[in-house]
Design a protein around this ligand. Structure first.
Ligand code: SF4
Length: 202
């Protein structure tokens, strides 16, 4: 697996969050609330640091994620991770210490067959798990990655600093070099603004 991904897939900051995360994992580890459980290899709950300042929510696991058990680990994940590394871990020469943390999850936790979009019934079945995860992760900001995440964002969430929608990295990967570079730049700029607001409030 590419070295671009952080070594620790899940980093739990403190005993309290560890306990809560174990309860959460236990609750969903054998989830069979929708038909996607029949074809999955693994439930893909999350990766990143918990609690987190920024939570990225994608659509659903693909083949790599289904085998590894963590979200955004395939080619699109690698592309996104490159952007995350550039804004959360700037080059050491910049002498910037970023304390803002992030985690990643999806609208559904089990891989839709043939990588199709999740059906509305599957999204609804997985919504309580998403709400539970948001309550556990306590993000200040949520980034909706792609159209499915934007259109199926749960209403009535606890107070957030804000939300941002970005196009899915797999869309960006299909664009010509110039448009792909523009996507990277725009996403980096938006994330840097959010990170700077969060850093200012710490
Ligand atoms: S997608 Fe969500 S609701 Fe469906 S089986 Fe997986 S964890 Fe359960």
């Amino acid at each position: 697996m590419s070295a671009i991904f952080p070594k620790s897939r899940i980093l739990l900051k403190g005993r309290r969050i560890s306990n809560k995360f174990n309860v959460f994992k236990e609750k969903y580890k054998d989830c069979q609330q929708c038909p996607l459980h029949k074809t999955r290899n693994r439930i893909v709950l999350c990766r990143g640091t918990l609690p987190c300042d920024i939570l990225f929510i994608g659509e659903g696991p693909g083949g790599n994620e289904d085998s590894l058990g963590f979200p955004f680990m395939g080619r699109a994940g690698e592309f996104l991770q490159g952007i995350l590394n550039s804004v959360f871990h700037p080059h050491p020469d910049l002498k910037k210490n970023i304390n803002t943390t992030y985690a990643i999850t999806n609208i559904v936790c089990c891989r839709p067959p043939e990588n199709r979009n999740p059906e509305i019934e599957e999204i609804e079945a997985c919504r309580q798990r998403l709400i539970d995860f948001i309550q556990l992760a306590k993000p200040k900001w949520i980034i909706q990655v792609g159209k499915v995440a934007k259109e199926n964002f749960p209403p009535n969430l606890p107070k957030l600093g804000g939300t941002l929608h970005i196009r899915h990295p797999s869309w960006a990967m299909r664009q010509r070099a110039g448009d792909r570079a523009a996507y990277i730049r725009t996403t980096q700029n938006s994330l840097r603004k959010i990170i700077s607001t969060i850093e200012g409030s710490k």
